[in-house]
Design a protein around this ligand. Structure first.
Ligand SMILES: NC(=O)c1ccc[n+]([C@@H]2O[C@H](COP(=O)([O-])OP(=O)(O)OC[C@H]3O[C@@H](n4cnc5c(N)ncnc54)[C@H](OP(=O)(O)O)[C@@H]3O)[C@@H](O)[C@H]2O)c1
Length: 342
């Protein structure tokens, strides 16, 4: 049994209209779950908040099912096993899985993956060595298809995915330009991550002109995390044969309808550019290879990462909202508890 009989859990209290707020979430006390055969009880150490969760707040069919009202929210969790009815896990093991926004959650053993706490900090399994890192790896290398000497542009470049994309592009021998939302983030990209240039889209008046300054030869690969006006501008600067990897459209996630505007698709006729959306899950069969290679680059100091860590389960809503208008850098996480097992 768990050391405690109560458990705090976040529920979806209402479906937001526009930007979510405190009313979207409700923190309740529940019993620690009972285990069935094959189940494992996990104590949450770190919870990941991710932009795709905004889509799950809508009652609309998508690649991730909508969350039900008054039911627990879910997300990537690194935790430690408290109790196990599954032969592959024992108390104290560190695991990663998709679990509830809660202090304790039960999961079928098959849905958990063991992680070695001695190989890398546990939090990295939700960031640079986790889903966001793998998204960057496959989205850039398989969809963006960069060649040495290419100019690669990435939006939301200081975030969990974008920061890894830019560094992978640099490793691939490309010139790298990032869009980010503050001078501090832009400086982080150029001074710490080795981007060739960064554009602060909050202060730049004309994104296409800003691109002309830092990428006068045009854009060969665009890794799109945001959509909206940044993407419109990059489309006007694509080179012949350019590749656009459409990873996310975060600038539109809080819109109830997609705004119309000047159409940029004519550029694709002239440039014969390829625009391709992808989901990281499409590459599941190669996840192990990607994680191993990312780990090697991190160990060698070729990929650097930052984490912004909010303290306590109760901070999860604010941490989620920081994805849309915060000053966080790198991967946004919530630290829920310290590890008990050593
Ligand atoms: N296709 C897939 O399989 C897959 C998997 C994972 C993630 N994604 C997508 O990848 C993107 C990045 O995800 P992430 O986890 O790495 O998040 P993140 O970049 O760590 O956080 C989101 C960032 O988006 C930027 N942003 C927010 N609103 C914006 C706006 N209106 N215009 C421009 N930038 C804005 C913010 O940075 P600034 O301060 O720079 O604005 C913010 O830090 C998201 O669109 C996400 O949905 C897709």
């Amino acid at each position: 049994m768990a050391e405690t009989a109560t458990n705090r859990v976040f529920l979806l209290a209402e479906r937001p209209d526009g930007v979510p707020d405190a009313d979207t979430f409700e923190l309740v006390e529940r019993d620690v779950p009972e285990l069935s055969d094959g189940d494992v009880l996990v104590r949450t150490l770190y919870l990941s908040v991710d932009p795709y969760m905004r889509g799950r707040m809508r009652d609309r069919e998508s690649y991730a099912d909508p969350w039900a009202l008054d039911e627990p929210l879910e997300g990537g969790v690194v935790g430690e096993v408290v109790e196990s009815n599954h032969a592959a896990f024992e108390r104290g093991d560190a695991v990663v899985g998709n679990l509830q926004w809660a202090e304790y959650a039960a999961a079928a053993g098959e849905d958990l993956r063991p992680v070695d706490p001695d190989l890398a900090p546990l939090s990295t399994h939700l960031g640079v060595l986790g889903m966001p890192g793998r998204t960057a790896y496959f989205g850039l290398l398989r969809v963006g298809d960069p060649e040495p000497g290419d100019t690669v542009v990435v939006s939301a470049a200081s975030g969990a995915v974008g920061s890894v994309v830019g560094q992978l592009a640099r490793i691939a021998g490309c010139r790298v330009v990032g869009f980010a939302g503050s001078d501090e983030k832009a400086t982080y990209l150029t001074d710490e991550l080795g981007f060739d240039a960064a554009i602060n889209y909050e202060t730049a008046d004309d994104y296409a002109a800003a691109l002309d300054d830092v990428a006068p030869g045009g854009v060969d690969v665009y890794f799109d995390n945001v959509g909206g006006p940044i993407t419109d501008a990059v489309f006007t600067r694509l080179n012949e044969g350019a590749r656009v990897a459409v990873c996310g459209q975060i600038s539109l996630y809080n819109e109830e309808s997609v705004p119309t505007g000047p159409r940029k698709l004519g550029t694709l006729i002239q440039t014969r550019a390829r625009v391709e959306g992808f989901l990281v899950g499409d590459f599941a069969s190669d996840f192990e290879t990607a994680t191993r290679r990312l780990g090697e680059w991190v160990d060698a100091g070729e990929i650097r990462y930052r984490e912004t860590i909010a303290e306590g389960l109760e901070s999860a809503p604010d941490a989620f909202l920081a994805l849309f208008e915060g000053d966080k850098i790198g991967k946004q996480l919530v630290k829920v508890a310290d590890r008990a097992a050593e």
